[in-house]
Design a protein around this ligand. Structure first.
Ligand SMILES: N[C@@H](CCC(=O)N[C@@H](CS)C(=O)NCC(=O)O)C(=O)O
Length: 218
């Protein structure tokens, strides 16, 4: 039975799952959330209504990392996004958590704050999120200083699937300081990766959705 991905092209977590699918040219049906029916189906499948959600036969798989792990088990391809070695896989999962929790989460917090009614804004929370992003950028810059091409070394992995959209939108939301040259170079390598370049191109028509105003680049 064919895979169905409930996703929106502009969503960072959907791009994370899409990168994994595109890396291995895995066939799937794209259930775009621009479509009302797909939204209704998503709400029935996953009442938390967060996306992406993958449907594989009778199984419903929410959470981008879980989708990527499932693809590696049930639909493996030539690009191994989760290394076979348990120790190497743990490194990948650690970096995947880093990008979700310390880049994407504060980035989303700033964006969600911007779309709240003015009287409900949380300036303190936004400052905390900006501080977390600066700390995360600094830590990542040091990690990348050894010259590694990708988050966990020479091989593109699930951690890079997480990093690509996380750093893409984080730089729009809270600019990565120019001194973090390793992070900037890594972000550019991610943008040049064909799987992510495709996801970025598919999202271009929706740039007006970005509440802080999308910059004229990338
Ligand atoms: N932990 C989830 C997060 C997914 C997530 O936050 N998705 C966003 C789009 S990027 C979403 O569903 N937004 C809708 C909402 O917040 O109501 C994952 O890893 O997939």
């Amino acid at each position: 039975m064919s895979l169905q991905l409930f996703a929106h092209p502009f969503s960072s977590y959907c791009q994370k799952a899409l990168i994994a699918l595109y890396e291995n040219h895995t066939p799937f049906t794209y259930r775009t959330l621009e479509d009302k029916d797909a939204n209704a189906e998503l709400a029935a499948l996953w009442p938390l209504k967060r996306f992406p959600v993958l449907v594989d036969g009778g199984r419903t798989l929410p959470e981008a990392s879980i989708i990527i792990e499932h693809l590696a088990i049930a639909h493996p391809g030539p690009v191994q996004l989760i290394p076979a070695s348990p120790a190497a896989a743990l490194e990948v999962r650690l970096m995947d958590r880093f990008f979700d929790n310390y880049i994407s989460t504060p980035q989303q917090r700033i964006v969600f704050d911007a779309i709240r009614p003015a009287e409900s804004r949380d300036a303190y929370g936004v400052t905390e999120a900006r501080t977390m992003l600066d700390t995360a950028y600094r830590w990542l810059d040091q990690m990348l200083a050894d010259g590694r091409a990708w988050a966990c070394g020479a091989h593109f992995s699930m951690a890079d699937c997480a990093a690509a959209p996380a750093l893409f939108y984080a730089d729009w939301t809270h600019a990565i300081a120019p001194t973090f040259a390793n992070v900037h170079a890594y972000r550019q390598r991610l943008l040049a990766r064909p799987s992510f370049a495709r996801a970025v191109d598919e999202a271009r028509p929706f740039r007006t959705y970005f509440p802080l105003g999308a910059p004229d680049r990338d």
